[in-house]
Design a protein. Structure first.
Length: 257
């Protein structure tokens, strides 16, 4: 390993840990009666008070410090005065910058008691991400990542969103390569030690088609079916992988306790 790779991983660990800790910190507040603006404020202040900066804030004109995607919102939902209600499902997507490097992660949350179909979607989305992560090592191809996710969720009659994907990340928020969450085995770019990127599958109960709302950010399912997403930032090591955004409290699937 060269020094650049070691130094990059050190910095990515710090940024990733802060992003994960931010989600851990906000977890007890995510419940019925709370607004998504409140979640935004808590996360912004926690990142600020712990030596970081919220990457989405003012990114391409975005006016909030994170994304909150409810129910049929696929991604990039904008925090608002919308009050969380029993039965909602919510994705909170946080990106922290520390010392010029980025940690990007998201988790699903259940608001009160959710339906069995919502819980099953959330569980399958998380498992699809972990299935893809577990195969990571030098020599595999990007198409293998997409194949792991697509084959797992389509067997359960869910669909993989095509219009959004994971991405390279280090001292830039979004950089090559794109990490598609669908694909064919042994196709695409070969993974090499030192590569850092996100895996963030967006999985729908209904069809995969999405549409963008008039605000220019919020992506929703075209058929208004529920959507779920999880995200980790990780790096490829000499013989495997390292997840930079694991929960410090070992939170994986909701309900978190």
């Amino acid at each position: 390993m060269n020094n650049n790779y070691l130094e990059k991983f050190e910095k990515m660990r710090v940024a990733g840990k802060l992003a994960a800790q931010t989600l851990d910190e906000v977890t007890p507040f995510i419940k019925p009666g709370v607004t998504t603006n409140k979640i935004d404020k808590i996360c912004y202040e926690y990142i600020r008070d712990n030596g970081g900066y919220s990457a989405p804030l003012f990114y391409r004109g975005f006016k909030n410090s994170l994304c909150t995607s409810l129910n049929h919102v696929i991604c990039h939902g904008i925090p608002s005065e919308r009050v969380l209600e029993d039965g909602d499902i919510l994705n909170v997507d946080v990106t922290a910058i520390v010392d010029g490097y980025y940690g990007d992660t998201s988790r699903m949350f259940n608001i009160g008691k959710i339906s069995v179909k919502a819980k099953n979607l959330i569980d399958a989305t998380y498992q699809s991400m972990m299935n893809a992560i577990k195969i990571l090592k030098p020599g595999i191809k990007l198409g293998d990542i997409g194949y792991e996710i697509q084959s797992y969720v389509e067997e359960k009659n869910y669909s993989v969103v095509r219009d959004f994907c994971g991405h390279g990340i280090s001292n830039t928020f979004h950089e090559p390569p794109n990490i598609l969450h669908y694909g064919k085995k042994n196709t695409g770019v070969e993974l090499k030690p030192g590569m850092t990127f996100t895996i963030e599958p967006m999985i729908n109960i209904g069809k995969y088609e999405s549409k963008l709302l008039n605000d220019g950010w919020t992506a929703v399912t075209k058929d208004k079916s529920l959507s779920a997403q999880f995200e980790h930032t990780l790096g490829i090591t000499e013989n495997g992988y390292e997840i930079f955004t694991e929960s410090v409290k070992n939170y994986t699937l909701p309900p978190y306790n």
